[in-house]
Write a protein that binds this ligand. Structure first.
Ligand SMILES: *Cc1c(COP(=O)(O)O)cnc(C)c1O
Length: 496
């Protein structure tokens, strides 16, 4: 026992001595920073950042040396010391680049979900992006009336186009209503309810008390707006008479909500819009409709038959509509409010409008997007263009990618192209899919989940679907200039 203890002490002493010798070989921070590579880096990103990274890398190496060559731990043997020392400048540079890497980055969306809530919903068109750049990097007339040379209002901007697209302005330019832009549709609903019904009751069908995403629930947003929710009907059936019976002295507003992300089937009844319009008029109450998606053009040729077109609701007599800017409209994140002027003016005068207003970049992107609609140039709106891509077009791209990969891979994966379905997504068109062609990859010697994880680590990261031990790529949502980087990322992920 005593002998064993002595041997152990001796071993420890010699390990300690070896570590001391190695530690003395480490360069000082100043020596390390005088390396040519790091001097160049310091000119590029500034010396303080390089200094910080150098300290961290040296501290890491010091710790490894102290641990010694212990198996199973991140220790360092003496033989490994020389290469580690030679690699220090690269390690420092890698650390600097890591610290400077953007958190928000472009990704390749190979899921086929056009309005992917987690991947930034609608991508902007090139012209919209160009306008954002122009307006963001210069001064603008955001709140300046160029005619009068005096303070103006920001809410006139996108309204000019929106009013026309929604039929709120006659051919002669006469206005029958107006529109407002806020941060998102959740904000739009909040502002409308608070402006028109605070302290009063709002009647809504039990079949429309929906949740969108994980953070937008109609009952919660109503509570936060300071209105009292008055539910009527049953989950599956609500009739106009249910609304009529619930109206009382405290009633301030009738609310209709488009059930964007689910579909009730079977024994179902929802009051027709006309019946609600008639009821609201007779009882002198505003009828507000949360449309969710805000489709501006009829997409029934693409099969989107159940999505309400925004202008149709206004024509039917709804007093105020709200909808998102970055769902089927295909613009920036925004909430749009449109309808009768007397109601919209109340929203505009509400101090909440100031809190929920949008920046010049949003107006710039929204105006450019709406302008594409006005010119009938729907191909300029990426979301619409992607929805309208045909399975044949997508099939061609999938076959091209397959051919390129097959040349490259020599049996590392099994590849095929088969029919599948794309999803519109973004809390619109539940259960509705677009026919597409999928590139199916069964990797050899690695799981589909592992391949998906490697693709997420690529630069730019690639997001795919995984189903039944296969990786599925839907090129509907992959832009043309992303096809080469996608092929490169796949090749690398499968090879390494
Ligand atoms: C999507 C949606 C919302 C929320 O819109 P955001 O723009 O995400 O805030 C609200 N109501 C309905 C019916 C929706 O579909």
């Amino acid at each position: 026992m005593v002998q064993y203890h002595a041997v152990l002490m001796a071993t420890r002493a010699s390990a300690h001595k070896a570590a001391q010798t190695s530690l003395r070989r480490l360069p000082s921070v100043d020596e390390l920073l005088s390396n040519e590579r790091l001097r160049r880096l310091a000119r590029e990103v500034g010396r303080p950042l390089v200094l910080l990274a150098a300290r961290q890398v040296l501290a890491g190496l010091r710790q490894q040396i102290r641990r010694g060559p212990s198996p199973g731990q991140a220790g360092l043997s003496q033989a490994e010391l020389e290469p580690a020392l030679a690699h220090l400048p690269q390690d420092v540079e890698a650390e600097v680049r890591e610290r400077l890497a953007h958190s928000l980055r472009p990704v390749i969306n190979a899921t086929g979900v056009v309005l992917h809530t987690n991947l930034g919903r609608a991508p902007l068109g090139a012209e919209a992006a160009r306008r954002v750049y122009e307006l963001a990097t210069r001064y603008s007339n955001l709140e300046f009336d160029l005619g009068k040379g005096a303070r103006g209002r920001r809410d006139v901007h996108a309204g000019k186009f929106l009013d026309r697209l929604l039929g709120l302005r006659s051919a002669e330019g006469r206005a029958s209503g107006m529109s407002l832009v806020v941060n998102n549709n959740a904000a739009a609903v909040l502002l409308v309810l608070n402006s028109l019904a605070e302290g009063g009751e709002v009647i809504v069908s039990r079949g429309e008390l929906i949740e969108i995403g994980e953070s937008f629930r109609i009952p919660d947003i109503m509570a936060r707006s300071g209105v009292i929710l008055r539910e009527v009907g049953a989950t599956n059936r609500t009739r106009p008479a249910d609304y009529a019976r619930a109206i009382n002295r405290r009633t301030k507003l009738l609310l209709r909500v488009h059930p964007s992300n689910f579909r009730l089937q079977g024994f179902v009844e929802r009051p027709p819009l006309d019946a609600l319009v008639t009821l609201a008029r007779r009882r002198r109450l505003p009828l507000v409709e949360d449309l969710g998606s805000g489709l501006l053009v009829d997409l029934s040729p693409q099969g989107l038959r159940e999505e309400p077109v925004a202008s149709a609701s206004l024509r039917a007599g709804v007093d105020v509509i709200t909808f998102s800017g970055d769902k089927l409209l295909g613009g920036p994140q925004a909430g749009l409010i449109a309808g009768k002027k007397k109601y919209l003016e109340r929203c505009r005068k509400n101090p909440l409008f100031r809190a929920l207003r949008v920046d010049k970049m949003t107006y710039a992107a929204l105006e450019a997007t709406l302008r594409s609609y006005l010119r009938g140039a729907l191909e300029e709106v990426p979301a619409l263009r992607l929805i309208r891509s045909t399975a044949e077009e997508i099939s061609q791209q999938a076959e091209q990618l397959r051919t390129a990969l097959e040349r490259d891979l020599a049996g590392r994966a099994e590849l095929s192209v088969r029919a599948g379905q794309s999803v519109v997504g973004g809390g619109s068109t539940p259960g509705y899919t677009l026919p597409t062609k999928l590139l199916v990859i069964s990797p050899r010697g690695m799981s589909a989940a592992e391949l998906a994880a490697r693709l997420r680590r690529a630069d730019p990261p690639v997001v795919v679907r995984v189903e039944a031990q296969r990786v599925l790529l839907d090129l509907r949502t992959v832009f043309e200039d992303q096809q080469a980087p996608l092929a490169a990322a796949l090749g690398q992920a499968l090879r390494s």
